[in-house]
Design a binder for this molecule. Structure first.
Ligand code: KG4
Ligand code: ZN
Length: 337
């Protein structure tokens, strides 16, 4: 079964074709980063309009790069939520129009399920069950995953998502949007040990996160600093170390609590090199396996939606053409396949 995947939940138009037999056949991505950079964050109306402009050429390009025509497509998967409603409406309307015109089934995919299953696109895919750490710009969650659609949320952020904390702290450091990768780059020039950031909510039981305090701590630290490049790099380093340390403490706790030995991390922040290196090191000492998607499938992309949709379509699930997009959509409400 060949499934066309469409991702438009935020500021990336991602299109891909996944084949249940041959794997990923093609994927294309258009990032709106430059469009929103002047505003220091995503402007929802501009995002929707840009998806409208880019989506059809990108579908055509993806078909061409897989050397396929519309007649080869057996199903359409699209991000149904959560995300920006205008952006979701562009992708879901396009997906349903194509499904209607091409007379194939369509399936609305949960964006975070897409992230969670993204490591399955790799040759070294994890087996179920595992603990998933989902760290993106909009969500931070710890999930007990027993199979596709069998999700128990063990903890989540009570305020900012991890990526959001990266972006806001980056802004305070004078970096452009989206700041996460730029802060990580600045941190590479930083030295450890100059600043001691807190490790929020690690001193009490539970698996929830809180990142807004780190951002405030960063704001105060920056305000009372000399603002030199090296100082800002040291602050970036201390911030990054605090986020990574906090996530690691919570993940070890989740593994202990569930008795599981596999950890999957996904979402934009999982692209962070320091996070990957720290988790790899810890996995060797603490006897668990760690999996993450390749860089291009950490941040938003169409491949993860095509993959997740393909699994659900293959299991006989479809979404009716009159179902609405879901800007809010609890992960635990998904059905098991
Ligand atoms: O998953 P994603 O592409 O979009 C959402 O679903 O939100 O995640 C985007 C987030 C942004 O906050 C971005 O700054 C962060 O992921 N991010 C990073 C890195 N690359 C992307 N954060 C830290 N280090 C990185 N290397
Ligand atoms: Zn995402």
């Amino acid at each position: 079964m060949k499934v066309l995947g469409i991702e438009t939940s935020c500021d990336e138009t991602g299109i891909a074709i996944y084949d249940s037999e041959q794997g990923l056949l093609a994927h294309e991505l258009y990032s709106q980063v430059k469009l929103h950079a002047d505003y220091g964050g995503v402007v929802p109306e501009l995002a929707s309009r840009d998806h409208v402009r880019k989506i059809i050429p990108l579908v055509q390009r993806t078909l061409a790069s897989a050397s396929l025509s519309k007649d080869d497509i057996d199903g359409i998967a699209y991000t149904r939520g959560p995300g920006l409603i205008g952006a979701l409406l562009v992708g879901s309307s396009m997906a349903r129009a194509l499904a209607y015109a091409w007379q194939v089934p369509s399936i609305g995919v949960h964006h975070m399920e897409g992230h969670l299953l993204a490591p399955m696109l790799d040759d070294n895919a994890p087996e179920f069950p595992f603990v998933a750490l989902l760290v993106s710009g909009g969500h931070s969650m710890m999930v007990d995953v027993r199979g596709i659609g069998q999700y128990t949320v063990l903890g989540e952020s009570v305020d900012d998502a991890a990526g959001e904390a990266f972006d806001k702290t980056a802004k305070l450091l004078g970096l452009d949007y989206p700041g996460g990768p730029l802060l990580a780059k600045l941190a590479q020039q930083g030295e450890s040990g100059h600043y001691q950031f807190p490790r929020p909510m690690t001193d009490r039981p539970g698996l929830d996160f809180s990142f807004s305090g780190l951002k405030t701590f960063a704001a105060n630290t920056i305000r009372s600093s000399d603002g030199e490049l090296q100082t800002r790099a040291n602050i970036a380093k201390a911030f990054e170390e605090a986020v990574v340390d906090t996530l690691l403490i919570k993940c070890k706790r989740a593994l202990k609590q569930t008795g599981l030995k596999r950890l999957v991390m996904a979402g934009g922040v999982a692209a962070n090199q320091h996070l990957r290196a720290s988790f790899e090191q810890a996995s060797k000492h603490s006897g668990f396996e760690v999996y993450y998607p390749s860089f291009e499938y950490c941040t938003d992309n169409g491949a993860m939606i095509a993959y997740a949709g393909c699994q659900r379509l293959n299991a006989g699930e479809t979404t009716a053409l009159d179902e609405k997009a879901m800007p809010r959509w609890p992960l635990e409400s998904l059905s098991a396949i």
